[in-house]
Design a protein around this ligand. Structure first.
Ligand code: NAI
Length: 345
């Protein structure tokens, strides 16, 4: 199998080369992202491998299909960048449902601790031999209420970590986990009661801008918002306004709704044309990381292994356990061909 891997970074290569060799797959790394302009690079490849900021909309998928591509392997869990309806009947889409929920949950806690204990400020001060403590007062996490939106794999690990800190955890999930011992509340109650809110649900039409001007108004004054899930869960303009109004006490962002043209690239020495992210980064109580919550050695290894094994299973059996299917998502589970170990199309 010949695989075209888009948006390739140096850290992707070692694990992908290792697992591709195990299956005798030929893999070519393209540094460019997959877009309508670059889809023709995939001509002659059997499969295309993409990440979170590549585009797999209808025109891109149609171009890939015309170029003979049979499979699209996402090397990530989220799939909001793929038009599954457009892919159906043409290109099989696979993902890596879990590679290290610990990586993301631990990063969320790292951001929270950094923010509330002012570590980002202390690091810069002491490097300049400034040992003053003025403006560095934080607060104890112990006893605070954290509201977790989305109690899937990552949300649950984050809940365990928070419980270890003696925090009081409340949660909202559209599909609450039965017998989990999690204290579920409505989304409005979560907004009203939480000292800290952490987002761990997928980005869908329904969850888009879960954090908006209306929900921010319901939150406790001084709330800390953590988003390690997907940028568009938060209306960035409303967040900025909430920070300016002192309603939001701090924001920890690993994702940003307009990140695709900015994140993963080096813009030092350039003028960034996005005033909202520039203003957010200028705030003393905002910490931004560049969609790096997944980036641990363990996660990179698991991502490469599962991505290549997804393609190997598809090559051998014509189906893949980790296939994403528009048809199955639209019908009753009993009608799901995928669940019956049959090809989705
Ligand atoms: P998961 O599928 O295990 O859990 C998602 C949870 O969200 C489920 O419990 C589901 O019921 C819930 N949910 C679905 N619709 C909802 C709604 N409308 N409102 C509230 N909850 C809803 O997914 P996992 O592995 O925990 O990942 C969560 C998200 O984290 C992914 O969708 C992805 O966007 C993001 N992510 C970010 C990474 C990063 O590097 N920053 C890396 C990996 C994932």
């Amino acid at each position: 199998m010949k695989i075209a891997l888009f948006d390739a970074k140096d850290y992707d290569r070692p694990a992908f080369e290792k697992y591709a060799a195990l299956h005798d797959f030929e893999i070519k790394f393209f540094e460019t992202k997959l877009t309508e302009d670059t889809a023709d690079l995939a001509r002659g490849f059997d499969a295309v491998c993409i990440f979170v900021n590549d585009t797999a909309n209808r025109p891109v998928l149609e171009a890939l299909y015309e170029n003979g591509v049979k499979a699209l392997a996402l090397r990530c869990a989220g799939y909001n960048n793929v038009d599954l309806e457009a892919a159906y009947g043409k290109i099989h889409v696979f993902r890596v449902p879990a590679y290290s929920p610990y990586a993301v949950a631990e990063h969320a806690m790292a951001l929270l601790l950094t923010s509330v204990r002012r570590i980002h400020k202390a690091y810069i001060r002491t490097r300049d031999f400034n040992f003053s403590l003025n403006g560095m007062t934080g607060f104890d996490l112990h006893g605070k209420t954290v509201g977790v939106v989305g109690t899937g794999k990552i949300g649950r690990v984050f809940i365990d970590i928070c419980r270890g800190f003696g925090m009081n955890v409340i949660a909202y999930d559209k599909f609450p986990a039965k017998d989990s011992g999690i204290d579920y509340v409505t989304l409005d109650e979560l907004f009203e009661r939480s000292d800290i809110i952490s987002l761990h649900c997928p980005l869908t039409e329904e969850t888009m801008h879960t954090v908006n001007a209306g929900s921010i108004a319901k939150m406790k004054k001084g709330v800390v918002l953590i988003n390690t899930s997907r940028g568009a869960l938060v209306d960035s303009e409303a967040l900025l306004e909430g920070i300016k109004q002192r309603q939001i006490g701090a924001a920890c962002l690993d994702v940003y709704e307009e990140e695709s043209d900015i994140f993963f690239e080096d813009f030092s020495g350039h003028i960034v044309n996005d005033d909202t992210i520039a203003r957010l980064i200028s705030m003393p109580n905002v910490i931004v990381t560049s969609h790096q919550a997944f980036l641990t050695r363990e996660a990179l290894e698991n991502i490469a292994q599962t991505t290549v094994e997804n393609l190997a299973q598809f090559e051998k059996e014509g189906l893949c356990d980790n296939e994403l299917c528009y048809h199955c998502g639209q019908t009753q589970m009993s009608e799901c061909r995928h669940n019956k170990k049959q090809r989705c199309f």
